[in-house]
Ligand binder design. Structure first.
Ligand SMILES: Cc1ncc(C[n+]2csc(CCOP(=O)(O)OP(=O)(O)O)c2C)c(N)n1
Length: 683
């Protein structure tokens, strides 16, 4: 039996010797590499926090003490140490463990939102609450990376924590010098000064001896530490930054020295007020492929769909798992990246902005081609968008590239700082719609709704690779206001050519000869291609469908109204939450134009979806050709005199239901009794 198998909870850790802890750390690394390369997930960040997490659980008493992991992508070791080793092989799989802390999984998990830089605010609030409630024996611990520390929220929290002098709050800065790529900015330079300092080893040794040999605890220890560090002040400055803010500082600590880290945390916990512990770790520590991976230290690896990947990855030599497994097919991000390079050649005013995600959002080729025209602002989406406003005011056309879910952070900036001023800023949204294994907080299912309310904003959704190029060019050509272009995760699918135009929209299919104009089917982005298949299935059953790709989903093309008048039913399919999205915008346009044709919206239920593959979630949401064809057949039948097909009339929606645990499922029971129509339902 391995040591890890014997750990059922943090208590079991506390009895282990230093030697056993070393063995345990090695076992954990083996499990991380073996599992994560198979299931997909965050490898580098977790390999880097093995000793730190062991130390945290030995020093603090979770769940009485509260451990909050910022972003939460580095919580796998915490999962392994809090009784979840037996299920760890199910990580990120449908029905299995979440890739982030999950409150339904464990009483040791608190924050599951996975949008960065929030931990210090949660911690500040909790520590204040425990004080008010008189629960003085609890310590709140927030673990935050140097990357997450570039986010504005973290600094807003620090500003408040600094004056919360009696909060029992420990801030652990896990400083590995990287977000995906090396962390940027003034703070990062400040922190990195210490890592590259020639006398770094010397510093560590001095602090190590100070911490481990000091018999006293609490404030006197800080006095001692303080004295020691003041002596080093000339070449070691980071504590000044925090101490000037009013927050006690311990560090730097070698985060791979478990004993040392434990000592520092213990002293911090005993202090009784806010303390910042600066821990230096190496991303990917203990796994050469990760440590040496230049792009991102294997921040996230794609997995091998069940096959053991460790052997494959090992034989791949320098080609890291992420690179090796990258599909031969081109991703949406790749196509975007290439087109940006082309646009950059003819448009010297076009500049790009990334919020710490140069490679994932596809901007690496642009950076290579035009190194001076890319700004990595750190995990700072709000700053990214308002900085874009500034660039636009001064004559540039910025392209801000973020994951769709992270645009939520910068909504007010887009609304008030960009749109109000009618500035030519283009925002590109990667991973729009269902993303899958990262769970609720990573699905890009909100932008289609929140963007609809922004005056003057134009939003495009390309259906295939060619249309990314086309719409991106149209977007950067707009000079009198902001534009957004959104596309999903994954590889680009088959191209669908237009058979006709209707206003600015592409008509992709028309009813077959002999079929009537039954359904006007509008598909957003790649859902337009799905709709072509839906139309084929319906056509086989005598239902005539016109398929339209609107291309620009905001504003709604006025040609929709005329087309709707010529059909019996309008249906919209979108990979977005159903509330307030394109479907609702189409319905509003028809109401305003007095077009009395019913509108059905097929999209995602307005729920926090649990993790699974993108295909699994789309299937559960009924957004596949088969389910859509079935539901539309029923809808047409319900409007056909003499039909016995009923169902779903109460909601007039998609036939989705909630399982109550956050997942969506189809309601297959919408057909109440056998009927001739039901027999015609397409498979
Ligand atoms: C608001 C927001 N923007 C972007 C991301 C994507 N993201 C996830 S982890 C990460 C890097 C985090 O770096 P750091 O906090 O230093 O942790 P490390 O992975 O280095 O341990 C980024 C940019 C996010 N989770 N939240």
């Amino acid at each position: 039996m391995t040591l890890l198998e014997r750990i059922n909870g943090p208590q079991d850790l506390k009895e282990l010797s230093q030697e056993q802890l070393g063995i345990l750390a090695a076992e954990i690394r083996d499990v991380l590499v073996e599992t994560v390369t198979r299931t997909s997930g965050h490898l580098g960040p977790n390999l880097g926090v093995v000793e730190l997490t062991i130390a945290l659980h030995r020093v603090f008493d979770s769940p009485k003490d509260k451990l909050i992991f910022d972003t939460g992508h580095q919580s796998y070791v915490h999962k392994l140490l809090t009784g979840r080793y037996p299920e760890f092989h199910t990580l990120r799989q449908s029905g299995g463990l979440s890739g982030y802390p999950s409150r339904s999984e464990s009483e040791h998990d608190l924050v599951e939102n996975s949008h960065a830089s929030t931990s210090l605010s949660y911690a500040d609030g909790m520590a204040k609450a425990y004080r008010l409630r008189g629960e003085y024996d609890r310590t709140v611990v927030a673990v935050i990376g140097d990357g997450a520390l570039t986010g504005g929220m973290a600094w807003e929290a620090l500003n408040n924590i600094a004056v919360a002098r009696d909060s029992r709050l420990v801030i652990v800065v896990n400083d590995n010098g990287r977000s995906y790529q090396p962390t940027i900015g003034g703070l990062a330079s400040h922190l990195s000064a210490i890592r590259v300092n020639q006398r770094y080893e010397q510093v560590l040794d001095l602090i190590k001896s100070t911490v481990t040999s000091t018999p006293i605890v609490g404030s006197p220890l800080f006095g001692a530490l303080h004295g020691a560090k003041k002596g080093l002040k000339d070449f070691l400055q980071p504590q000044v930054l925090f101490e000037d803010l009013g927050i006690k500082y311990i560090g730097p600590i070698d985060g791979h020295d478990e004993q040392m880290t434990e000592h520092a945390l213990r002293r911090a916990g005993e202090f009784g007020g806010p303390v910042l512990v600066h821990v230096i770790t190496r991303k990917g520590f203990g796994y050469a492929l990760a440590e040496q991976n230049e792009e991102d230290c294997l921040h996230q690896v794609p997995g091998t769909s069940g096959k053991p990947a460790i052997a494959a990855a090992a034989t791949a030599g320098a080609a890291a798992a992420s690179t090796a497994a990258k599909s031969a097919k081109r991703s949406w991000s790749d196509v975007f990246g290439e087109e940006m390079v082309a646009i950059g050649a003819s448009r010297p005013d076009v500049v790009a902005i990334t919020a710490a995600m140069l490679h994932p959002v596809g901007l690496a080729p642009f950076k290579e081609a035009y190194p001076d025209r890319v700004y990595d602002v750190g995990i700072a989406e709000q700053h990214a968008v308002t900085m874009a406003a500034g660039l636009a005011m001064a004559g540039m056309h910025p392209v801000v590239s973020v994951y769709a879910t992270f645009l939520n952070r910068a909504f007010d900036q887009l609304l008030m700082d960009v749109a109000l001023h009618k500035l030519p800023v283009t925002v590109t949204l990667d991973r729009a719609g269902v993303t899958g294994p990262d769970g609720a907080s990573h699905n890009g299912m909100w932008d289609g709704s929140i963007l609809q309310v922004v005056p003057g904003l134009r939003v495009a959704a390309p259906r295939d690779g060619s249309r990314i190029a086309e719409l991106l060019n149209e977007a950067v050509a707009v000079s009198d206001g902001p534009t957004v272009v959104r596309w999903p995760k994954g590889t680009v699918g088959a191209e669908a050519e237009a058979v006709a135009k209707a206003g600015g929209m592409d008509v992709l299919a028309t009813p077959a000869d002999g079929n009537a104009n039954d359904v006007l089917l509008l598909g957003v982005g790649p859902m337009a291609v799905t709709c072509v298949e839906v139309a084929r299935r319906l056509g086989d059953h005598g239902i005539g469908v016109t398929v339209v790709d609107p291309r620009w989903i905001k504003p709604v093309d006025p040609a929709v109204a005329d087309m709707a008048r010529r059909h019996r039913l309008v249906a919209v399919v979108e990979d977005n939450g159903r509330a307030g999205g394109f479907g609702d915008a189409v319905a509003r346009l028809l109401r305003d134009d007095d077009v009395d044709v019913p509108v059905k919206t097929f999209g995602l239920a307005q729920e926090f979806l649990t993790h699974g593959t993108r295909d699994e979630i789309l299937e559960a949401a009924g957004l596949t050709p088969q389910h859509l064809a079935r539901q539309l057949t029923e809808a047409v039948a319900r409007r056909t005199p003499g039909s016995t097909v009923h169902g779903n009339t109460g909601h007039g929606s998609t036939g989705h239901g909630s399982t109550g645990n956050g997942t969506t499922r189809r309601s297959d029971a919408t057909v109440s009794e056998p009927s001739s129509t039901q027999e015609r339902l397409p498979e």
